[in-house]
Design a protein around this ligand. Structure first.
Ligand SMILES: Nc1nc2c(ncn2[C@@H]2O[C@H](COP(=O)(O)OP(=O)(O)OP(=O)(O)O)[C@@H](O)[C@H]2O)c(=O)[nH]1
Ligand SMILES: [Mg+2]
Length: 284
């Protein structure tokens, strides 16, 4: 399965992000905890020289062991000279302000001190919030400011324009549209991003995507899948097709004239994963 999604509006958003980089002191990069390495570092060259806070978001949906293993060293595998901070969040939670403030203080200490020496006592830190589509950038800002200032929806491409939000007298944040890359490093990255909803569903072959999902996660998470769909025929060594077939059977996903409705069962599996209904599953 080969996935590419780089429409005109994303190319435009990328250009706009680049233009606004000059104005900000800090970049807050939001990534998806279920596939942190697939969703990280998409603006590599552009934000290389900026102070960087990586927010590993949606931790409520991800496998706890996988989250624990995501350390600064892991980040350095993809961003060699990373010297920023990492913060793990469920951004739908409204109590994130204190934690975020602490990280921003840490990363902007130098700027604030430099300004203080020049006699500027109230530095307003400007930060840009960036990330792949649908990772939760707007949700993060809404929770941080404790107001619904940005539109949030569970599809990619919800935020269309760059928009500033004043969080406090100390912090100003820029929400940006989600951006993907022209070509993913490998197929697996594209598949992971498609599964978490960062790629427009219209271009995806759902049957292939659902197959890739089961194929990828079944060996590790068979217990969760078996429990969710009350499967009793498959076992740990069953193939992805056998698993999909039994899910179809147990969810009555049949075509009118008989036979398995693979479109239906594929959509069901993907949506259940995205909603976290199967359990805490990580793709990496
Ligand atoms: N489970 C969970 N869902 C989240 C979290 N943060 C955001 N979401 C959900 O993820 C979906 C996308 O959120 P948005 O804030 O619109 O994402 P975005 O990155 O601004 O998306 P674009 O503007 O389309 O690029 C929504 O359904 C949110 O409710 C989180 O920490 N945990
Ligand atoms: Mg948004």
């Amino acid at each position: 399965m080969n996935i590419e999604w780089y429409p005109g509006h994303i190319a435009k958003a990328r250009r706009e992000i680049k233009e606004h980089l000059k104005e900000v002191d800090l970049v807050i990069e939001i990534i998806d905890a279920r596939c942190p390495l697939s969703s990280i570092n998409f603006l590599n060259d552009e934000i290389k020289n900026k102070k960087r806070l990586i927010v590993v978001n949606k931790v409520d949906s991800a496998d706890e062991d996988a989250i624990k293993s995501f350390t600064k060293n892991r980040v350095k595998e993809v961003i060699q000279d990373f010297d920023g901070e990492i913060l793990f969040l469920d951004s739908r939670n409204n109590n994130i302000k204190r934690e975020v403030d602490k990280k921003i203080d840490l990363l902007t200490k130098e700027i604030v001190e430099k300004n203080a020496k020049k006699g500027i006592v109230n530095t307003l830190v400007k930060a840009m919030v960036v990330g792949m589509p649908n990772v939760g950038k707007s949700t993060f800002i809404n929770s941080y400011v404790k107001k619904k200032v940005n539109k949030v929806e569970n599809t990619p491409g919800v935020t269309k324009k760059l928009q500033w939000t004043k969080i406090s007298d100390k912090v100003l944040l820029l929400d940006t549209p989600g951006v993907t890359v022209k070509k993913f490093e490998n197929n697996d990255v594209g598949i992971n991003l498609a599964l978490v909803g960062s790629i427009n569903d219209d271009i995806l072959e759902k049957q292939d995507l659902a197959y890739e999902f089961i194929n990828k996660v079944y060996s590790k998470y068979s217990a969760l899948i078996i429990k969710r769909y009350k499967l009793d025929k498959v076992n740990d060594s069953s193939t992805a097709i056998e698993v999909m077939d039994e899910i179809a059977e147990k969810t009555a996903s049949y075509k009118k004239g008989g036979g398995i409705n693979y479109d239906k069962v594929s959509n069901l599996i993907i949506n259940d994963f995205r909603k976290g209904l199967i359990g805490k599953i990580s793709l990496e």
